[in-house]
Design a protein around this ligand. Structure first.
Ligand code: ATP
Ligand code: MG
Length: 743
């Protein structure tokens, strides 16, 4: 309990000493609670008050008041010189108040009352009416303006439980903007204890306290901000380096440190650091303005791109009166911040995007051109021939829309499209030109097909399928890159030509050839018969002897007739083939002995050529039409002889594996010029060099050979170099051993 009898007021000099002592302490104390206690204690000590209370107005983090100055929202922040119970009491009463406290809190002025009791209106406190409260407020305002004296202030009464208080002294805590932040309130049990000097001292103490509180708050805010900045600084993925005004590194964040260390280990690291850090720092210090650069560095064999920003650091302007006249000028730059942001990945993505856009543009352009072509052109890829792109004419060819990405077989089945050979037999999916190109990488020219549309109409087409090795291509199309793996994988560019008009003309020609050949047969047979009879009978001296020239003429007539018969036979075969009327009579036979027979026959017609057969087995059993096979062999052998006008060896080889029996016929003749090779299996097709050498022929042999071989599930192809020679290959399916019993 504070003593009620003795005033403990210090003598004046000590009081000022105490005031300045507390002032120094205030400057160094940053803990708010301890600070407030210190002030309250100092106030008691200096004024000799029995108790001192500190009330504060709640403020935000940034120091903005959260409640109005009037009202009862202030809280008790510290109290000294009271009992525990009294302290509890103070914590529960409202401290904004009217009466004695109102001038302090509302108007920010100090209040000194000599004897509270003379103002007391006992019992009135509880019944205070609104009217009286308003009067009290008016009085507080009048006091603040100096219109009335403290003795005229009406107290609303000192509530029960309040420590005994006769003398009262209160001063507001004002911030820089002179807003009320709280109050420092002193009391004494005896009357007339506080002097005008006390009031002055208290006001001084209160304003020191206000500054100390503000400083504490500023210091805390600065600390929080510094901490936040540190975290941002360290967690940034961009490198940030601080340099001083001479360009020396002062601080760097983790990313910058990492890059710095990495560059130092590289051969050209010093140069890289110069480009990335020191040069931008220097330039921004010189220019005293923010600078931005793009820097490309070679690191570990790769190019890394950085966007570097260098900004000069300016200290905040000085406002101290001590520094008056030394105006802050831009020369006072204290250093620079250099930030490097790696943009390699972004650049790469951008360039990919650009390339993609370019490719898409090119594909669109290609599409435009393709769409104008009268023939159907499409690109497929993978063994299932998924559509990549197709031109407009493709719809016309199929009679249906083929969707990009859709596999050929799926498309055909869904749309009920069927494909036939010219002879009317259905073509298996495997034998389609497109399938052969994407599965075997085979380039197929002039493949004749008939497409039966969903509506049942037929369209004869000529198909060229060019196989493209995806490994050597790098085409990017809207549906993704065509390049899939390093395994051989094929794409095919397929052109379908509508040949219905051609077919019609051809049909007419075929009909004509058929009729002509047929009609020629009878007179030819007569001619042949009589020529033979004449020769044979003359030889048997059955008639008058003929002169030599007559005999020669007869032999010529006979040979020409034989040639004519052969030709009409060929023509008839062709017309039968076209009409699908050529019937084959397959049987099992040994291809080796057939070949040997034909070889022997041809060897008798020439002395300049040397025909040889080489085999790696005794028998080569095949299942085919023996007569037709002889026709094929004859044509191939006659070609080999005919197109080797200088003679020489003609090598035949027969080999067989589990799948195929392959016969090759190699000559060292004139060869077939590269650019004419693709046409050579066509009807009436002859190479330029054959004509130049004056070698006669009609160009029907190879056409017939291919038709006959393919109808027997075989294949025929060749390799040729002009001026060096030609090798024709012929393959037929091998007969596996289990079928031997059928022989
Ligand atoms: P024919 O209908 O009487 O056989 P042809 O021999 O000219 O006449 P094909 O057998 O179809 O017709 O041959 C077509 C063309 O292919 C020939 O005209 C020739 O230009 C070329 N040719 C065929 N075989 C050979 C070969 N072994 N060497 C060089 N050129 C050849
Ligand atoms: Mg021929």
């Amino acid at each position: 309990m504070p003593s009620q009898e003795v005033s403990k007021k210090l003598p004046t000099p000590e009081r000022f000493a105490a005031l300045s002592r507390v002032g120094v302490a205030l400057l160094s104390e940053l803990n708010e609670e301890r600070l407030l206690h210190l002030i309250a204690e100092a106030a008691c000590e200096i004024t000799g008050a029995t108790f001192a209370a500190f009330t504060l107005r709640p403020v935000s983090e940034t120091g903005q008041p959260l409640v109005p100055a009037e009202g009862s929202f202030f809280y008790l922040a510290a109290i000294v010189g009271v009992t525990k119970e009294q302290e509890t009491f103070f914590r529960h009463i409202s401290l904004g108040g009217e009466g004695l406290l109102a001038p302090i809190f509302r108007h920010g002025v100090s209040v000194r009352v000599d004897d509270v009791h003379t103002h007391l209106d006992p019992g009135n406190y509880k019944q205070a009416k609104k009217q009286e409260r308003a009067t009290a407020q008016d009085l507080a305002s009048a006091y603040a303006q100096g219109k009335i004296s403290a003795s005229q202030l009406h107290s609303m009464g000192v509530p029960q439980g309040h420590p005994i208080m006769r003398s009262f002294l209160g001063a507001p805590l004002l911030d820089r903007e002179r807003q009320v932040r709280g109050g420092l309130l002193l009391g004494h049990a005896l009357a007339g204890q506080f002097t005008a000097e006390d009031e002055l001292l208290l006001v001084a103490l209160a304003s020191q306290a206000a500054v100390a509180l503000e400083n504490g708050r500023l210091y805390r805010t600065a600390q929080i901000q510094a901490q936040e900045l540190q975290v941002i600084f360290d967690s940034s993925a961009d490198g940030i380096t601080l340099v001083d005004s001479t360009g020396q590194i002062v601080r760097e964040n983790r990313s910058a440190q990492y890059l710095h260390q990495r560059l130092q280990q590289e051969a050209d690291g010093a140069n890289a650091l110069e480009q990335l850090l020191f040069a931008p720092a220097r330039l921004s210090l010189q220019a005293q303005a923010e600078q931005q650069y793009s820097v490309s560095l070679q690191q570990g064999g790769e190019t890394h791109d950085y966007l570097v920003t260098a900004s000069p650091l300016r200290p905040p302007p000085e406002t101290s009166p001590l520094l008056l006249g030394t105006q802050t000028t831009p020369q006072n730059i204290s250093g620079a911040v250099v930030a490097y942001h790696e943009v390699t990945e972004i650049r790469r993505l951008l360039s990919i995007q650009r390339k993609q856009a370019e490719t898409e543009g090119r594909v669109a352009q290609l599409q435009l051109i393709l769409d104008e072509l009268p023939s159907s052109v499409y690109l497929v890829r993978g063994p299932d021939a998924h559509l990549v792109l197709a031109n407009r004419a493709t719809v016309g060819i199929w009679g249906a829309q083929w969707q990009p990405g859709q596999a050929l077989q799926d498309f055909l089945e869904r749309q009920h499209i069927r494909i036939f050979a010219p002879d009317g037999n259905p073509l298996s999916f495997e034998s389609l030109a497109t399938t052969r190109a994407v599965r075997q990488g085979e380039t197929v020219y002039h493949h004749q097909q008939v497409i039966r549309h969903p509506d049942g109409s037929n369209l004869p087409v000529l198909v060229n399928a060019v196989a493209l090795d995806l490994r050597s291509l790098d085409i990017t199309v809207p549906s993704g890159s065509l390049r899939t793996s390093d395994q051989p994988s094929w794409a095919a560019l397929v052109v379908h030509q509508d040949v219905s008009a051609l077919k019609e003309a051809e049909q007419l020609k075929d009909d004509f050839i058929g009729i002509a050949a047929h009609e020629l047969r009878t007179p030819l047979a007569v001619l042949k018969g009589f020529a033979q009879t004449l020769i044979v009978q003359t030889a048997r001296q059955q008639g008058p002897e003929l002169a030599d020239w007559q005999m020669e003429a007869l032999v010529s007539i006979d040979q020409a007739t034989i040639r004519l018969v052969e030709l009409t036979d060929d023509l008839l075969d062709i017309s039968r083939l076209q009409a699908g009327r050529l019937t084959l009579h397959p049987s099992y036979f040994d291809l080796a002995s057939l070949t040997q027979r034909v070889l022997t026959r041809f060897q008798m017609t020439t002395e300049r050529h040397h025909l040889m057969l080489q085999t790696d087995a005794e028998y080569f059993v095949v299942h085919a039409d023996q007569v037709r096979m002889e026709q094929v062999l004859s044509n191939l052998l006659s070609n080999a002889i005919k197109y080797s006008p200088n003679g020489g060896p003609i090598q035949l080889r027969l080999v067989s594996d589990n799948d195929n029996t392959i016969l090759s016929i190699q000559d060292n003749g004139i060869g077939i010029p590269q650019e004419q090779q693709v046409y050579i299996f066509g009807r009436f097709a002859r190479a330029e060099n054959a004509r130049m050498h004056g070698i006669k022929g009609t160009g029907l042999g190879l056409y017939l050979c291919r038709e006959l071989i393919e109808q027997q599930s075989g294949r025929i192809w060749f390799e040729s170099v002009e001026g060096q020679g030609t090798t024709f290959y012929l393959s037929l399916p091998s007969i596996v051993e289990s079928t031997d019993d059928e022989l």
